[in-house]
Design a protein around this ligand. Structure first.
Ligand code: ZN
Length: 423
C-alpha cells in the first residue's frame, strides 16, 4: 500500500514541473473519477449527489462533491500548487564574450539558491498562443530533457565560497543554455515543444525546474526526496483522501491554490475571492440563500495543508525545544501565537479528534520563540472565507530547495486523515 502510494506520489511530482502541470494532472485525475468541469464564465446548474471542479488561471483548482441530502456544512482542505523557482524573463537570451548563450531569469518566491547550481535543469510552464480558430489559448510546455545548468564559480576564483556567500540573482543564478550557435533558438525550442509557430506565442509563464527524479533512500528506505514536495505532497495526499472520503452529509471541497510562495495576492491565490466566489455560487445554484451559506460556514471546518519543518539532523537547535516534528512521525499541527498559522484551541481539538478516530499520529510545530517563521495560506484565506481552520503539514527537510526530503510514511497518514475528514 505504502509502496504504491509512493510510486504514485513520485509520478505526480515528476510530471508536475510547474503549477500549470500540477493542476492539469489533478484535472485529469478528477475527469477519471467522473467529475464535471465548470467554467467561471458560464452558468452553473448543479445537482445533489454530483461532483464538479472549476479552475482559475489554470494554476488553481477547486473540486467539490455535493451531498445527496440537505447540506450539513462544508469540509475544505486547501494546499498550494506553486513552488519557488526561477522564472524566465521576456527576451531571455544573453550573450557572454560571443561564446555562450545564457537565459535571463528572476526569482519566483524565496528559494535556497545554492542547490540550484551544478545540476541539470530544464524549463516548463505555459505559453499563450494565437490560434486561428479559437483565438488566444494556453498550451503546456515541458522541455523534457537536460537543457540548462547554472555552473558554480570555481573555488580558485572565489576562495571565500565556503565561508558564506551572498548570491546575486542577476549574476550568479543565470543558467547556461548553449554555445553561441544557440543564439536566437530558445523561443523556437519552446514553440516547437508547444506545437506552434514562434510568432504565434504572445505570452509565457516559464520556470526552471530540477531534472533529478524522485528517490527513495536511507538505510531502510525511510526517506523520499524530490522537487516540489512543498506543497504538492499535500496536494496529492489531500486529493487521494478527497476521492476516498465518504462525503455523505457535507459539501466536500478540495482546493489547490497558486501564488502561496509570493504572498497569495493574485486573482487565483488564497487572498483572492476564488474560494468565496465558488462556495457562494454553489449555494446559489443549489437554491440555498445567503443566510444558509452563513449558517453552513459556521458549521464548517477547513484544513490548510502546507508542509512543515522537521527537526534537522545537523541543526536540532533550530527547532522549538518542546515541539519537534520528525520525518515519518505523522501529520504536523502548526501553532503560532501571532496567528501566522490559524490553528487555535478549537481547531486543534477538532483536527486531533479526526486524526485520533482515523488512527493517524499527530505531531506539533511551533517556531522557536526567538525566530520568525514562515506563514501559509490558512489565515490569508480566512480573510475571504472565515471559518474554523487548522494549519497542518507533512514534515520535511530542506524546504524551498529544488530537491526536498520527506518521510515515506507521512503521505499515507494525510490520505487517511483526509478521507476521515470528508464525512
Ligand atoms: Zn508551502
Amino acid at each position: 500500500m505504502e509502496r504504491s502510494i509512493l510510486k504514485e506520489l513520485s509520478l505526480f511530482l515528476e510530471t508536475s514541473p510547474s503549477c500549470f502541470h500540477a493542476i492539469d494532472n489533478i484535472k485529469n485525475i478528477l475527469f477519471g473519477e467522473q467529475f464535471t468541469q465548470l467554467h467561471e464564465n458560464k452558468k452553473w446548474k448543479l445537482n445533489n449527489g454530483s461532483r464538479y471542479f472549476v479552475t482559475r488561471n489554470d494554476s488553481s483548482i477547486i473540486a467539490f462533491t455535493v451531498p445527496d441530502r440537505e447540506m450539513a456544512g462544508m469540509r475544505i482542505i486547501a494546499s498550494h500548487s506553486d513552488s519557488p523557482a526561477f522564472k524566465v524573463k521576456e527576451n531571455p537570451e544573453l550573450e557572454t564574450d560571443g561564446q555562450y548563450i545564457r537565459l535571463n531569469v528572476e526569482r519566483y518566491g524565496g528559494m535556497l539558491c545554492a542547490p540550484w547550481l551544478d545540476r541539470p535543469l530544464s524549463v516548463a510552464g505555459r505559453v499563450i498562443v494565437k490560434d486561428r480558430q479559437r483565438g488566444l489559448c494556453s498550451r503546456l510546455v515541458n522541455i523534457d530533457r537536460d537543457l540548462l545548468l547554472i555552473p558554480n564559480l570555481a573555488i580558485h576564483m572565489n576562495r571565500e565560497a565556503n565561508d558564506g556567500y551572498k548570491y546575486n540573482a542577476q549574476k550568479d543564478m543565470l543558467p547556461l543554455y548553449g554555445a553561441f550557435t544557440a543564439k536566437g533558438t530558445f523561443m523556437k525550442l519552446i514553440a516547437d515543444a508547444a506545437g506552434v509557430e514562434e510568432s504565434d506565442i504572445l505570452g509565457q509563464d516559464l520556470f526552471l525546474y530540477n531534472r533529478q527524479k524522485a528517490s527513495i533512500w536511507g538505510a531502510s528506505e525511510e526517506f523520499i526526496s524530490c522537487g516540489r514536495l512543498d506543497d504538492l505532497q499535500c496536494a496529492f495526499a489531500s486529493l487521494k483522501g478527497f476521492l476516498a472520503g465518504e462525503k455523505a452529509s457535507h459539501l466536500a471541497v478540495y482546493c489547490v491554490l497558486d501564488s502561496e510562495e509570493v504572498g497569495n495576492t493574485t486573482k487565483q491565490g488564497a487572498a483572492s475571492t476564488f474560494l468565496y466566489d465558488t462556495l457562494t455560487r454553489i449555494h446559489d445554484s443549489l437554491c440555498y440563500t445567503h443566510e444558509d451559506y452563513l449558517i453552513h460556514l459556521a458549521d464548517s471546518f477547513m484544513i490548510s495543508a502546507d508542509n512543515a519543518h522537521a527537526v534537522h539532523p545537523n541543526h536540532p537547535d533550530k527547532s522549538d525545544p518542546s515541539n519537534r516534528p520528525y520525518l515519518n512521525g505523522g501529520i504536523v499541527l502548526k501553532f503560532n501565537a501571532n496567528q501566522k498559522y490559524c490553528t487555535d484551541g478549537i481547531s486543534a481539538a477538532m483536527f486531533r479528534d479526526i486524526c485520533s478516530a482515523a488512527g493517524v499520529p499527530v505531531q506539533t510545530f511551533a517556531n522557536r520563540s526567538d525566530m520568525a517563521g514562515g506563514s501559509t495560506l490558512g489565515n490569508i484565506s480566512n480573510t475571504q472565507v472565515a471559518l474554523n481552520t487548522a494549519d497542518i503539514g507533512l514534515p520535511q527537510l530542506a524546504m524551498h530547495s529544488p530537491y526536498e526530503t520527506a518521510g515515506v510514511k507521512d503521505t499515507a497518514y494525510l490520505i487517511r486523515a483526509a478521507a476521515a475528514f470528508y464525512c
